[in-house]
Design a protein around this ligand. Structure first.
Ligand code: NAD
Ligand code: TDX
Length: 331
C-alpha cells in the first residue's frame, strides 16, 4: 500500500509517519511537505531511511498530480495551523488550506485515489464555558478565526467532491493534540520551553478557555482505523474526553517542572478567543472501536515535558524567532 502523507514534516504528520513506520510496515510512505516555518526534516530523522521525502507545495498542481498518481491513498495533514498567525496574516491560510486542499481533491479525482482529510474541532465554533453539550458530526459549522474558516472551507470542498464527483474520501475532526515534535508556538510546548529557557509562561486572558486534550498518538491511531475501516464519505470526530482549562494546564506544567504554580504572566487575550471545544467521539468509538490509550493526561504531559527536556536540539533553533513574533503581538 503506497501512502502519500501531506504535511508529514509537521507536528501531527511527523508523528503519524513515525507511528506508521513502527506499527504498519505494509505502508510505503512518501511525505510531501513545503517545509514552512512549521515543518522540519529533523522531525522525520528517526525514520528517514524508510520514508521518501519530497520538498514541495500542495498548491503545485503538476507535482501533486504526479505524486497522487504514484500513491494508493492520500492522508492530508498539510495546513497552516496556528490561530494567532491567522489573525495576523490570513493569506497563507486561504492559500494552503483552501487552494491546497482543492489541488489535492482534483488529483485524487483524476486518479481515483482514496483520500483521508484531517480537520479540526474548531470548524464548529465554540461552546459556552458552563454548558455540557458537545460537538457531534451533525453540528453546523460556525468557525471563528481565519484559520478555522479556512479549515471549514476545506472540509466543505471535500464533502462536495464526494457528493458531486464520487471521490472516495473520509474526514476527521480532532480536538487539541499534544505530544513530541509540536512547534513551540503552540500552548503546551510554549509553556514547557519557556520554563526550560528561564522565561515566565504566558496565559491569555484569565485562562478559563477549555480544550479537550488528546495525545497525538491517539489521534493518529484513530486515523489508521479510519483508513482501514472508515466508511467512504463519512466524518468522524476524535477526542479523549479530557477537558481542562488553560490555567489548569499551565499550573500542571509548572508543578510537573518543579516550579511554583503561580510563576506565570497573564497577557492580553486572543481576539475572538473560542471559549470551549468538546467533541462527542461516540461514533468512532462504537463504529470503529477506537479508544484513547493515553487516558492519564498527567502522565502524557509528564512524558511530553521529558521529551522537550531531552530534545533541545530540535526546538531551540525555533524558540527566539517564535517569542519575537509573540512580542510584536503583545502576547
Ligand atoms: P503543523 O503546523 O505542525 O504542520 C503543518 C505542516 O504542513 C508543516 O510541516 C508545513 O511545512 C506543512 N505545510 C504547510 N503549508 C504547506 C504547503 N502549502 N504545502 C505543503 N506542505 C505545507 O500542523 P499540525 O498541528 O501538525 O496540524 C496538522 C493537521 O491537523 C492540520 O490540518 C490541522 O488543521 C489539523 N489539526 C491539528 C490539531 C492540533 O492540535 N495541532 C488538532 C486538530 C486538527
Ligand atoms: O501562549 C499561549 N497562551 C495561551 O493561553 C498560547 C500559544 C495559547 N494560549 C491559549 C489559547 C488557547 O485557548 O491556549 C489554548 C491553546 O492554544 P493553541 O495551542 O494555540 O491551540 P488552539 O488555538 O486551541 O488550536 C489548536 O487546536 C486545534 C491547534 O493549534 C489547531 O491547529 C487545531 O485545529
Amino acid at each position: 500500500m503506497r501512502m502519500l502523507v501531506t504535511g508529514g514534516a509537521g507536528f501531527i504528520g511527523a508523528n503519524f509517519v513515525h507511528h506508521a513506520v513502527k506499527n504498519y510496515p505494509a505502508y510505503e510512505v512518501c511525505v510531501l511537505d513545503a517545509l514552512t516555518y512549521a515543518g522540519s526534516r529533523d522531525s522525520l530523522a528517526p525514520v528517514a531511511e524508510g520514508v521518501r521525502f519530497v520538498h514541495g507545495d500542495i498548491c503545485d498542481a503538476e507535482l501533486v498530480d504526479r505524486l497522487v498518481a504514484e500513491a494508493d491513498v492520500v492522508v492530508h495533514f498539510a495546513a497552516e495551523s496556528h490561530v494567532d498567525n491567522s489573525l495576523h496574516d490570513p493569506e497563507p491560510f486561504i492559500r494552503t488550506n483552501i487552494i491546497g486542499t482543492y489541488t489535492i481533491l482534483e488529483a485524487v479525482r483524476h486518479h481515483d485515489r482514496r483520500l483521508h482529510h484531517i480537520s479540526t474541532d474548531e470548524v464548529f465554533g465554540d461552546l459556552a464555558l458552563d454548558a455540557v453539550d458537545r460537538f457531534t458530526e451533525q453540528t453546523p459549522y460556525d468557525p471563528s478565526s481565519p484559520y478555522s474558516a479556512a479549515k471549514a472551507s476545506s472540509d466543505m470542498l471535500v464533502r462536495a467532491w464526494v457528493r458531486s464527483f464520487g471521490v472516495v474520501a473520509t474526514l476527521s475532526n480532532c480536538a487539541n493534540n499534544y505530544g513530541p515534535y509540536q512547534h513551540v508556538e503552540k500552548f503546551v510546548p510554549r509553556q514547557i520551553t519557556n520554563v526550560l529557557v528561564g522565561e515566565r509562561p504566558k496565559l491569555y486572558g484569565a485562562g478559563e478557555n477549555v480544550r479537550e486534550w488528546t495525545h497525538v498518538d491517539d489521534h493518529n491511531e484513530a486515523v489508521h482505523l479510519i483508513l482501514a475501516k472508515g466508511r467512504a464519505g463519512e466524518t468522524y470526530l476524535i477526542g479523549s474526553g479530557d477537558e481542562r482549562n488553560n490555567k489548569e494546564i499551565l499550573e500542571l506544567v509548572l508543578e510537573l517542572m518543579g516550579q511554583p504554580t503561580n510563576a506565570f504572566d497573564h497577557v492580553s487575550d486572543r481576539p475572538g478567543h473560542d471559549l470551549r471545544y468538546s467533541n462527542d467521539s461516540t461514533k468512532i468509538r462504537t463504529e470503529l472501536g477506537w479508544e484513547p490509550r493515553y487516558g492519564d493526561f498527567r502522565a502524557g504531559l509528564a512524558a511530553t515535558i521529558d521529551w522537550y527536556r531531552h530534545n533541545e536540539w530540535w526546538w531551540k533553533p525555533q524558540k527566539d524567532a517564535t517569542e519575537a513574533k509573540y512580542k510584536l503581538l503583545g502576547r
